[in-house]
Design a protein around this ligand. Structure first.
Ligand SMILES: NC(=O)c1ccc[n+]([C@@H]2O[C@H](COP(=O)([O-])OP(=O)(O)OC[C@H]3O[C@@H](n4cnc5c(N)ncnc54)[C@H](O)[C@@H]3O)[C@@H](O)[C@H]2O)c1
Ligand SMILES: [Fe+2]
Length: 408
């Protein structure tokens, strides 16, 4: 097959300890009026006071919205932009976890194009560029600082919804691992496990070929040479440091690895997309109200096992990136060892091992399978195809904790 690659990324990605101090100079390139989206937690920190003072010293006027809620409820976005309209910002700065970054993207979208959030659900519905967004993450997980997606919870929909468009990519991603130092162990674990799932699903995604229409019609287009590069970097960094950062949140080197891993995973899945572990999490999350990162990580070893026949070589390569060694030519054994290692790592950081323990009601297994199968953009990215029977088997196996049942 001929070489194919695609990547859509911010204009500028800055990463490193202390990079938050670059924000005033970065923002000054985009104007003099910044609408800042954050949440009550971060707004109360000394980091935030310092950041605002830095912007003011650079003669940038700010208006702060500090009521972002986890998972971005739809109507909270309307409240957010109502506050900003008269301010007429030149840019939107999102500072916080994935929810604050997604809120900033939604605010930029509605301030630029009007209408209701619902008008933009799905792929390629955003008609043109938005106000520039500067994304400053304080968790190491979602990759939202570099991805073309905002995820919202809509009270009229059972599953969370996404707005996916290259126009939603932040113009600058500014990543300072010091901002993640306060993440408690459980948040470090679920955000980091989400990132590892992004990287592995992007790396094992189907390869959809070089059709020139594909990237013009779809946001998530399968694995390619460039996304693979980012995915392997993410897997290496998360493999060596996620457990360390979970056990000792003051380990700066581990924090930096995990944040860089989440960033690189975002660079991979923002173009390649994710697959079945994410598809199953959507209905599971809706029923159990458990965090996104926890649900995708619970599913990942089962999905990798289901995918083994279609992606043995890729899963073995994941194992090499995780630091496993193997006998030359024995990709099958290495692939199995890789899945065991992912399960071990997730167990060590407190990821729930089964859907039953996550709280999924047993009588919702079929419904979960039907809903997951309906999320076409994720299912078509999976290297091994699904029909309803196969999806039911996968969900049942993950419910029972019977990994071998996914091999059929
Ligand atoms: N846009 C994307 O590409 C993308 C990808 C994956 C997930 N998501 C979405 O992102 C959201 C999840 O984001 P998240 O996991 O970053 O969590 P979050 O933003 O929802 O925050 C969760 C909690 O952690 C707190 N928090 C954040 N940073 C902290 C820190 N440094 N120290 C202590 N507490 C901190 C927040 O205040 C909040 O209470 C979900 O809505 C998910 O669907 C988006
Ligand atoms: Fe995710």
């Amino acid at each position: 097959m001929s070489m194919f690659a695609a990547a859509r990324l911010p204009s500028e990605i800055l990463f490193g300890k202390g990079q938050r101090h670059a924000l005033p100079a970065v923002a000054a390139k985009y104007g003099r009026r910044a609408f800042v989206c954050t949440d009550e937690r971060f707004a109360a920190t000394s980091h935030f006071a310092e950041i605002l003072a830095g912007l003011h010293n650079a003669a940038i006027d700010t208006l702060v919205f500090d009521r972002t809620l986890p998972d971005v409820p739809r109507d909270s976005v309307a409240a957010c932009i109502a506050q900003a309209k008269n301010f007429k910002p030149d840019m939107v700065i999102g500072i916080g976890g994935g929810s604050c970054l997604d809120m900033a993207k939604c605010a930029a979208l509605l301030l630029s194009h009007g209408g209701r959030l619902e008008d933009y659900y799905g792929e390629f519905k955003v008609p043109g560029p938005t106000l520039p967004v500067i994304a400053v993450p304080t968790t190491a997980g979602t990759g939202s600082e570099v991805t073309p997606v905002a995820v919202i919870s809509d009270p009229d929909r059972t599953l969370k919804v996404g707005i996916a468009s290259p126009h939603l990519i932040a113009v600058v991603a500014l990543c300072d691992p010091d901002l993640t130092a306060t993440c408690p162990p459980f948040l470090t674990a679920i955000a980091g496990a989400d990132a590892l799932t992004h990287a592995i699903e992007a790396f094992t995604a189907g390869s959809r070929g070089a059709d020139p229409h594909l990237p013009q019609q779809h946001v998530f287009i399968g694995k390619s040479a460039l996304t693979d590069h980012f995915a392997l970097l993410a897997i290496r960094l998360l493999g060596r440091s996620l457990e360390k950062a979970y056990r000792d949140g003051s380990d700066e080197a581990a924090r930096a690895d995990v944040m860089m891993g989440a960033l690189a995973a975002g660079c991979a899945f923002g173009t390649a997309g994710t697959a079945a572990a994410h598809a199953v999490q959507y209905p599971v999350g809706a029923l159990t109200h458990t965090p996104h990162g926890l649900g995708v990580a619970t599913m990942l070893p089962y999905v990798m096992t289901y995918n083994l026949p279609a992606a043995t070589a890729e899963i073995a390569e994941v194992g090499t990136a995780l630091g496993l060694s193997h006998q030359e030519g024995d990709a099958g054994a290495l692939a199995h060892a890789t899945i065991r290692e992912v399960s071990r790592l997730f167990g060590a950081i407190g990821i729930t091992p089964t859907l039953a323990e996550l709280g999924l009601p047993e009588d919702k297994i079929d419904w979960t399978a039907e809903q997951a199968l309906g999320i076409d953009r994720l299912i078509k990215n999976n290297p091994r195809p699904f029909d309803l029977a196969a999806m039911r088997r996968l969900v049942r196996a993950a419910y029972d904790g019977d990994i071998s049942a996914t091999m059929m």
